[in-house]
Design a protein around this ligand. Structure first.
Ligand SMILES: NC(=O)c1ccc[n+]([C@@H]2O[C@H](COP(=O)([O-])OP(=O)(O)OC[C@H]3O[C@@H](n4cnc5c(N)ncnc54)[C@H](OP(=O)(O)O)[C@@H]3O)[C@@H](O)[C@H]2O)c1
Length: 290
């Protein structure tokens, strides 16, 4: 049976990849752009869900400007918390399953091991605070919702670390933070996981929602990630120098340990994250073709 999917977000890294991949999951996916559904307007978003001809809702849109959020707290909370809450309540009212995406930045980075879903949350920045408030609003909505927490997302589109590194490739020297560790995640793999989880929720009403971690296989620092990007691209590149976070001050604080333990999503849905290096290879190939 073909599943009808209503998705908020059309142009973002993950959103583009779900659009690309939905047909392979037996889905007809309608992706709404910001012009068609502004997440700064919770009532409008709830109305769209109330009237939708859909079997599943995916929220791939978010306020993702981590540093800007420090000075746009109200807008970040509106887009990342208030509207997802309204969206989830509208899903609950119609019995529609929901897949939503959250972040490693709900954690403070101080654990000595990968973060599990039930570990205590303590965001270090406004973006993380707003995403956590969104999680809580969805979990309290009564909707059958799966929240995928992910980290360090990259693809050939949008703003991300891979594209930033390639933009700076002709510098002689590049200083990159070496004391923040995480799991880079290819947006295509995140999209695959979201579609697989969504299909299961839509097709099996006994499938339980909740919070799940999903990130690319393998943990690295930003410095190691940068080195892998230039090594895989080949050719001449900058000399990369490791620096501590304190030497690269930004408005928003970031966790030192962002590594997500992804065992639960495998147990619940049989989803095994691919190595992020595979997704990096695909991203570099797509960028080289463009
Ligand atoms: N990027 C990361 O490293 C990262 C890490 C952890 C978690 N996440 C989470 O993963 C999910 C997907 O992230 P991503 O990297 O794909 O995001 P992204 O590339 O930054 O795209 C964000 C999307 O949200 C849309 N959006 C922003 N404000 C909106 C509004 N007011 N109304 C409607 N749409 C709006 C954007 O539309 P426009 O193009 O029109 O602006 C864009 O399509 C998000 O929930 C994010 O919080 C991301």
């Amino acid at each position: 049976m073909t599943l009808k999917v209503l998705q908020f977000g059309a142009s973002g890294q993950m959103a583009r990849e779900t659009v690309r991949r939905a047909p392979r999951h037996g889905m007809v996916l309608t992706a709404l752009s910001r012009e068609q559904a502004d997440l700064a307007d919770p009532e409008a978003v709830a109305r769209i869900v109330a009237q939708a001809d859909a079997d599943l809702v995916i929220n791939a849109a978010a306020y993702t400007a981590v540093d800007k959020a420090e000075s746009e707290r109200d807008l970040a909370f509106l887009i990342n918390a208030e509207t997802p809450g309204a969206l989830a309540r509208a899903c609950a009212a119609r019995g529609l399953p929901l897949v939503h995406v959250s972040t490693d930045y709900v954690f403070n980075g101080q654990a000595g091991r990968p973060w599990r879903e039930d570990d205590p949350v303590a965001p270090l920045n406004v973006y993380g605070d707003s995403k956590l408030a969104g999680e809580l609003a969805i979990l309290g909505s009564g909707a059958r919702a799966a929240i995928l927490r992910t980290s360090w997302v990259f693809s050939a589109h949008g703003a991300n670390f891979v594209k930033t590194m390639l933009r700076l490739a002709d510098r002689a020297e590049l200083k990159v933070v070496d004391d923040q560790v995480g799991r880079p995640t290819f947006a295509g793999d995140l999209a695959e996981a979201a579609l697989a989880v969504g299909a299961r929720l839509a097709r099996d009403e006994n499938a339980a929602g909740g919070v799940f971690h999903f990130a690319g296989e393998g943990a690295v620092s930003w410095f190691e990630f940068a080195a892998a990007i230039f090594a895989m691209r080949g050719g001449p590149g900058p000399e990369i120098m490791p620096i501590p976070t304190r030497d690269y001050p930004l408005p928003a604080a970031r966790p030192h340990n962002s590594v997500l333990d992804c065992a639960r999503v495998e147990r619940a849905f049989g989803i095994v994250p691919r190595a992020w290096r595979d997704g990096l290879g695909e991203t570099l190939a797509e960028l080289a073709q463009a």
